[in-house]
Ligand binder design. Structure first.
Ligand code: C2E
Ligand code: MG
Ligand code: MG
Ligand code: MG
Length: 286
């Protein structure tokens, strides 16, 4: 049938299409329910100093606790939320949960910035930034504890539209990270003037580092560019000691990945912090 598709440009009707559509529709109505019934929750993954593992921040990542018991990851429902108009409510929910997590961390004496991910679809909506600002103000959380992660492709594709808004957030004291950096083909013109405080090296580059001879070169260039343009730099997906050491040698001071900790529910994240030496650290945002 794929041969037929390549020849004719359309697919012959097959009964499994109907099943696929039915499944998508069913997942969609379940997701709508999940939003109403608080089945979504956040896990927190530490961002650390590569030299000594000291905590410098967290990233909040969304999870769906399906009523049947399994936990569903964002890759399986964010795209669906984006194409069905549910993403606005989802992102808003994530923002509220992130602000609540910041307050709970503060109560436990842990003061580090917490990042949340916002969908590109939402960032271009005119009211997104107003709502964001109002929600932060209403929460009473100082914006310096909040960080927004947006992907590089979004930051570049919608550059003119979202840049002034991102600048407003930076002026409020928020941190802005360009996520999955290196995968979105920033032009050099834009790189010099991205409205961002930090770049996150995509985990695919970190993983390539160990695999190919010139794998290091890409990471080295990204780190040099970040330094040149005054962005903080952090590597994601650090899984091995060798990667950690190589990143440090190349001049990347911060990292995130399974080597240090997996994303954890808040209670576990608190325990993780308490189990560490110097855990009462009061880290000021950079
Ligand atoms: P991301 O923001 O780049 O998040 C990093 C992903 O890498 C997370 O997957 C994390 O669990 C995973 N990861 C962390 N350390 C390691 C490691 O050492 N090795 C490997 N192989 N993976 C690691 P996750 O949680 O499945 O999230 C996937 C993507 O979904 C995120 O990529 C982000 O783009 C999106 N996402 C997550 N939460 C939200 C959310 O609340 N709202 C929106 N709009 N998007 C979200
Ligand atoms: Mg992220
Ligand atoms: Mg990322
Ligand atoms: Mg990524």
């Amino acid at each position: 049938d794929m041969a037929h598709y390549r020849q004719c440009g359309f697919l012959r009707y097959q009964p499994q299409f109907e099943q696929a559509i039915a499944e998508r529709y069913s997942l969609l109505s379940q997701l709508r329910l999940a939003l109403n019934e608080d089945q979504l929750f956040l896990v927190l993954q530490p961002k650390v100093q590569l030299s000594d593992g000291a905590l410098v921040g967290f990233e909040a990542l969304v999870r769906w606790r399906h009523p049947e018991g399994r936990i569903i990851g964002p890759d399986q429902f964010i795209p669906l939320a984006e194409t069905s108009g549910l993403i606005g409510r989802l992102d808003n929910k994530v923002l509220h949960m992130t602000l609540a997590a910041i307050q709970q961390l503060h109560q436990a004496g842990i003061r580090v910035p917490v990042a949340f991910n916002a969908s590109g679809v939402e960032l271009v909506r005119p009211l997104f930034f107003d709502t964001l600002q109002q929600t932060i103000e209403a929460s009473g959380v100082d914006p310096c504890w909040l960080e927004l992660e947006i992907t590089e492709s979004q930051a570049v594709e919608e550059y003119d539209l979202i840049t002034p808004n991102l600048r407003r957030l930076i002026q409020m004291g928020m941190q802005i990270s360009i996520d999955d950096f290196g995968t979105g083909y920033s032009s050099l013109t834009h790189l010099a003037e991205l409205a961002a405080t930090s770049l996150k090296i995509d985990k695919s580059f970190v993983q390539q580092m160990s695999e190919s001879a010139n794998g290091d070169e890409l990471v080295a260039v990204i780190i040099r560019l970040a330094n040149r343009f005054g962005y903080q730099i952090i590597a994601e997906g650090v899984e091995t000691q060798a990667q950690r050491e190589r990143l440090l040698a190349l001049g990347c001071p911060l990292g995130q990945g399974y080597l240090f900790a997996r994303p954890m529910p808040l209670v576990e994240a608190l325990a993780w912090c308490q189990a560490r030496p110097g855990s009462d650290a009061d880290v000021e945002p950079a």
